[in-house]
Design a binder for this molecule. Structure first.
Ligand code: AMP
Ligand code: ZN
Length: 475
């Protein structure tokens, strides 16, 4: 736990102000994060948002609070149904391959698992119940097409999250939309239950008191959040494209049912762009995680890249930026490897270093507490690396200092999830060649030393001569 008094503040999309995170019940922060639509592999734009949510979860814990996180899997929407029918599969057969891939990708990116991953298909009776409540309250009505709609004019606060102007609202209020996704240009009554259409839905439908059909996308999240976390939650998160209509509609549904304040804090991650346009499946300008692994990048490098930019700032993806992230990561790896292969030249503690490390931790903590400012937190890390390296170069580092630095790195990594603390296991034959090379160098036999370096390289290792010995590294 940080020793300094720093609170965790986040910019609330609804109030547009920085607000402190404190659990409503005094015990545990209840966090709802909208998950993937499982109709395809997620792209790294999606993962920018999921990594931001992972950062949020880890930071809440870093600040000494408990957190319970729900991430839903959207397995019923226009896209999953279209995909299942097109591939002649059941909805479950079609979506389960992408659910599996999603969990594999989370592991590759070292995203901590949420506590619950509810799937829309498991909550249909609860969705029907919420729609019935809205009908009883006179807020939902049956449209001419047999679908059930939400009358936004009956919910006076409609638009409070996305800061919609009420005049626009009145103009569109008599209109209706039956699609799951639409934009602010089309403010309208939205669908809660879509009546079955043979051509569009094939064999995919559920029975309900309103007839055959399936739930709209927005009601799914309202229900899963309420069922697992209760009527009022602490934080609701997602990407900025979810502010309208998805989150606005969630508020309208849940608050009209409960009369309570659904989510105290709304936080949204900005988009990942390609050529300055939103990365998206529909635009075709996307990379999946797997695309980037195939060309040799690691999950760690991608995670690092996506963490570098503050979550409320748009980020343009380029291969050069990813290369840059790979190199910065290498600096961290080299630093750790150097500390781990440290041979003591001094004992005791360098008093001033301890003080320095406390300040570094304070800067890191303060940056995170200030609306998750990862760029500043990383600056504190790299400044610390530079400082400790220069002490190391001057042989002013003691064994105890090294262990203090490693402990601090582990603290940082509880947030970053990037570091590699395991010592590399060097094969015995490579170590033997390195020992021969050391002997050759003692004998000033540079030719032999170079030959041995080449032999070591053939076995897949590079040799680096350090003031306190050599380091063998996998190429
Ligand atoms: P979806 O699978 O489309 O439901 O999206 C899953 C999450 O990814 C949502 O929170 C979206 O807001 C987010 N998202 C989609 N595209 C991007 C993008 N280009 N950059 C950042 N987040 C995105
Ligand atoms: Zn949602």
């Amino acid at each position: 736990m940080p020793q300094f008094e720093t609170s965790l503040q986040l910019v609330n999309t609804e109030t547009r102000k920085k607000e402190e995170v404190r659990p409503l019940d005094g015990k545990v922060v209840r966090l709802y994060t909208c998950g993937p639509t499982v109709y395809d592999f997620a792209h790294i734009g999606n993962f920018r948002t999921f990594i931001f949510e992972d950062l949020l979860r880890r930071t809440i814990r870093f600040f000494g609070m408990k957190v319970i996180q729900v991430m839903n899997l959207t397995d019923i929407d226009d896209k999953t149904i279209r995909g299942a029918l097109k591939n002649n599969l059941s909805l479950n057969e079609f979506t389960s391959q992408y659910k599996k891939a999603f969990f594999e990708d989370l592991k590759t990116l070292n995203i901590e698992p949420a506590d619950h991953y509810p799937e829309a298909t498991q909550y249909i009776p609860d969705m029907i119940e919420m729609i019935e409540t809205l009908m009883k309250k006179g807020i939902a009505y049956t449209g001419a097409d047999g679908s059930i709609y939400y009358a936004i004019s009956k919910f006076p606060c409609y638009g409070k999250l996305s800061h919609l102007k009420l005049e626009n609202l009145q103009a569109g209020a008599s209109d209706r939309v039956a699609v799951d996704e639409y934009t602010k240009d089309h403010i309208a009554d939205f669908v809660l239950w879509k009546a079955y259409e043979r051509e569009r839905d094939g064999k995919i439908f559920w029975e309900s008191p309103f007839g055959k059909g399936r739930p709209g996308w927005h009601i799914e999240c309202s229900v899963m959040a309420q069922k697992i976390l209760g009527d009022e939650i602490d934080i609701h998160a997602g990407g900025v494209d979810l502010i309208f209509p998805h989150h606005e509609n969630e508020i309208a549904q849940t608050e009209a049912c409960t009369g309570k304040h659904f989510a105290r804090l709304w936080v949204h991650a900005e988009h990942l762009l390609v050529d300055h346009k939103k990365m998206s499946k529909s635009a075709g300008n996307f990379y999946t995680l797997r695309d980037l692994l195939k060309i040799g990048f690691t999950g760690r490098a991608i995670r690092f890249l996506l963490l570098q930019t503050h979550y409320r700032v748009q980020m343009n993806f380029t291969m050069q930026a990813l290369e840059g992230a790979k190199h910065s990561l290498q600096r961290i790896d080299d630093f750790i490897a150097r500390l781990e292969s440290y041979k003591p030249t001094k004992t005791g503690l360098t008093g001033s270093l301890k003080e320095y490390l406390d300040i570094a931790l304070h800067s890191f903590t303060q940056a995170l507490g200030d609306d998750l400012n990862t760029s500043e937190a990383l600056a504190a890390l790299f400044e610390m690396i530079r400082h400790v390296n220069s002490l190391h170069d001057r042989e002013e580092l003691t064994k105890d200092d090294v262990s203090e630095v490693l402990q601090l790195l582990a603290r940082f990594d509880s947030i970053l999830g990037l570091m590699n603390f395991e010592k590399e296991e060097v094969p015995a034959e490579v170590q033997a060649l390195a020992d021969l090379r050391k002997q050759a160098r003692l004998e000033k036999n540079w030719k032999r030393s170079d030959e041995l370096r080449a032999e070591i390289a053939l076995k897949g290792y590079s040799v680096e001569d350090l003031p306190d010995g050599v380091r063998l590294k996998k190429i």
